[in-house]
Design a binder for this molecule. Structure first.
Ligand SMILES: [Zn+2]
Length: 519
């Protein structure tokens, strides 16, 4: 795992750049009243604040006690007693230690910066936080989340992870060649990484607002996906996958943000694999299950329950209307591994694989259905050669050595990419008649569940469960029935497409009469 990070902390605060030694850059005090620079001085290797500065910022009184030879700092009726030459101080009667003794220069006293967190914070009765690495002082009710970023290449995508502490609402939007991540905060305390994948992510930088970050996208950018993973102790990990544009033989490298060009109807289908377009067995995959809830709606609706409900309805509709055999990857609230789902379809020689999911977004307003088929970019040259028919390698289930088996397994879907694209377009067109669609209605992505499927395969995100309105729809009978009708229609449309019929030489494809057959 490759992880490059710039050593320097990059502050998204509009601070003056670091000054040259020996004067260190000032700290910035953030409070609800605004921000102020607080100068620091390097004295005997210790960063120190002038006590006078702290006194005016935090309404302290400072008295020299000439009898005892000490300094008495009073904050909110509590006393901090400092003794020249000693690094111990008394705070409200309790002893604390400082990294250095107070220092007198002319008439001014200086204290180590840690005085703020160790002595002042406990006496002020309000939040006062010293962040040395980012040179911040946070006072009172201000939101300045810490953000640690990392960019890692993962096959054909670049994964940006941002660990945000504390958890802070945010939204990711695309703005031309940039992604903008906007946080609901007063400022960001961000360590931004260098990108080892400049053709996907050129770099990260502070945005225009006080609390936004910009991801400059590289020339290979196709699309992106984002998800939030809850972290430890109130933190959140924001994951943004920047996915390379797909260069499919027919689309000629069109970015995946625009729907890929449909393969021409007269593109020779892989007739040796699907001789007639006849469809006998369909595997319907209810996403998630068991301990894996999937996404959760604002009212608590779980993706795993929605997908199972739609899967059961779809099975009944396909069986009764098309007379096909339908196998569910799960018919209960059980955990099924992603690879097992494809294996079930392969072992049953299914003709189609349809995976059902509900989408999630940090943007509560995100809505609409999306249809995915596999992107091969993730799976390297060999998979793409298989897709183009340039090798005779066939997915052999249970054959060969383990290594070879794994490689072939990973390529199973490669031969079906074009057919999966056609299926995805049929699904998209049929859904569009019945339910709201996302602006990015067809996309390619390296979904694990599709990779091993040895047949045309699509994944349908039926709607955004994180959108309150769509959450209601997704659990309603009416919406589920609409989704099921659209999926049945699309499978009929796919089955009866001209390319499939052309390949049906005395085969099982249903001949069309008039304007087409309705199931
Ligand atoms: Zn899902």
């Amino acid at each position: 795992m490759l992880s490059l990070r710039i050593g320097a902390v990059l502050l998204v605060l509009g601070l003056a750049g670091a000054q040259t030694a020996p004067t260190p850059a000032p700290y910035t005090l953030f409070s609800p009243e605004g921000r102020r620079p607080v100068p620091a001085r390097l004295i005997s290797g210790q960063e120190m604040f002038a006590l006078d500065d702290l006194a005016s910022l935090f309404q302290l009184t400072v008295k020299e006690d000439s009898l005892a030879g000490g300094l008495i700092v009073t904050a909110r009726a509590q006393s901090i007693v400092l003794t020249p030459g000693q690094s111990l101080a008394s705070v409200g009667g309790r002893l604390i230690s400082l990294p250095a003794a107070p220092f007198k220069d002319g008439r001014s006293w200086y204290v180590p910066v840690d005085f703020v967190s160790r002595a002042l914070a406990p006496t002020l009765g309000a939040r006062l936080e010293l962040r040395k690495p980012s040179r911040l002082l946070l006072f009172g009710d201000v939101r300045v989340p810490r953000i640690a970023g990392k960019v890692e290449p993962q096959g054909s995508l670049a994964r940006l992870t941002l660990d945000v502490s504390p958890q802070t609402p945010h939204a990711v939007t695309q703005d031309g060649t940039r992604l903008v991540i906007k946080f609901e905060a007063d400022a960001l305390d961000a360590a931004l990484p260098a990108s080892p994948v400049p053709d996907l992510i050129q770099g990260l930088r502070p945005g225009d607002g006080p609390a936004s970050l910009v991801v400059d996208l590289g020339p290979r950018f196709g699309t992106y996906r984002t998800s939030d993973l809850p972290g430890d102790r109130g933190t959140v990990r924001v994951v943004i996958d920047v996915i390379a544009a797909t260069t499919s033989p027919s689309a000629g490298g069109a970015p995946a943000t625009t729907p890929p060009a449909p393969p021409l109807p007269d593109t020779p289908p892989l007739l040796d694999i699907a001789p007639s377009g006849g469809i006998r067995t369909i595997v319907v995959d209810a996403g998630h299950g068991g301990a894996e809830d999937g996404a959760r709606g604002p009212s608590g609706t779980l993706e795993k329950n929605v997908t199972l409900s739609v899967a059961r309805r779809l099975k009944a509709a396909l069986e009764s209307r098309l007379g096909v055999r339908v196998i569910l990857t799960r018919d209960g609230d059980t955990h099924v591994e992603l690879d097992e789902r494809a294996a079930l379809a392969n072992n049953n020689k299914a003709d189609l694989f349809v995976s059902l999911h509900a989408n999630a977004s940090v943007r509560a307003s995100a809505s609409g259905a999306e249809v995915f088929y596999l992107s091969l970019e993730e799976y390297g040259d060999q998979a793409q050669r298989v897709a183009k028919g340039e090798t005779e390698a066939l997915p052999v289930f249970g054959g060969g050595t383990r290594d070879i088996e794994v490689i072939l397994w990973e390529m199973a879907q490669a031969r079906y990419i074009e057919q999966s694209a056609v299926l995805a377009q049929a699904v998209e067109a049929a859904l569009r008649d019945k339910v709201p669609m996302s602006p990015r209605a067809i996309q390619q992505a390296p979904f694990r569940v599709l990779v091993g499927a040895n047949m045309p395969a699509v994944l349908v995100e039926m709607g955004f469960i994180t959108n309150a309105e769509q959450e209601k729809q997704l659990s309603s009978d009416g919406f589920q029935v609409s989704i099921v009708q659209a999926l049945v229609d699309s499978i009929v449309r796919y089955r009866d497409r001209p390319a499939a019929r052309a390949g049906a030489i005395g085969g099982t494809a249903t001949p069309r009469a008039g304007g087409g057959i309705r199931p």
